[in-house]
Design a protein around this ligand. Structure first.
Ligand SMILES: [Zn+2]
Length: 161
């Protein structure tokens, strides 16, 4: 065996609690859901975009979202997380990594994602510069997620030198 294998995989998890603030909008994969409860977060709390960013940064060995986009930075207040994904992807490219794809699973009971899945994938894929797939899963009423306390997302990313 000789030479370094040119691929790296990254995996991530993110969770945001639902907010009681009626002014917060629910944003998932860059899609806003009118009339749905928003999530708590410093940025737009787009848990799907955050999972994609962390998987990508992990694969590229570039830390995590909190290091690249600190909560303490006032510029991050209400930030568009799909734009943060675009910036993270550009930074990874700048470090010599090509993103192959990201696959994300998001768990929530409502709203249903079926009608907006294509739009979420288009938003995220355009920002990432590579295919992004999003699978929605329901909780079947199990646990804290089944009680509607928040939304979680996992993602994996593959990058190549
Ligand atoms: Zn997050």
């Amino acid at each position: 065996m000789s030479g370094e294998i040119p691929f790296r995989v990254g995996h991530s998890f993110d969770v945001h609690a639902f907010s009681d603030d009626p002014a917060r909008a629910l944003v998932l994969g860059g899609v806003t859901f009118p009339g749905e409860r928003g999530l708590v977060g410093h940025s737009d709390a787009d848990v799907v975009a955050h999972a994609c960013i962390d998987a990508l940064l992990g694969a590229a060995g570039m830390g995590d979202i909190g290091m690249m986009f600190p909560d303490a930075d006032p510029a991050m207040a209400g930030a568009d997380s799909v734009e943060l994904l675009r910036r993270a992807s550009a930074a990874a490219r700048g470090n010599g990594w090509r993103l192959a794809n990201i696959a994300c699973t998001v768990v929530l009971d409502r709203p249903r994602l079926i009608d907006v899945k294509d739009q979420m994938e288009a938003n995220l894929g355009a920002a990432a510069g590579a295919p992004v797939t999003v699978s929605g899963r329901r909780t079947e009423g199990v646990g804290s997620l089944g009680r509607g306390e928040g939304v979680v997302a996992w993602a994996v990313a593959l990058v190549a030198r």
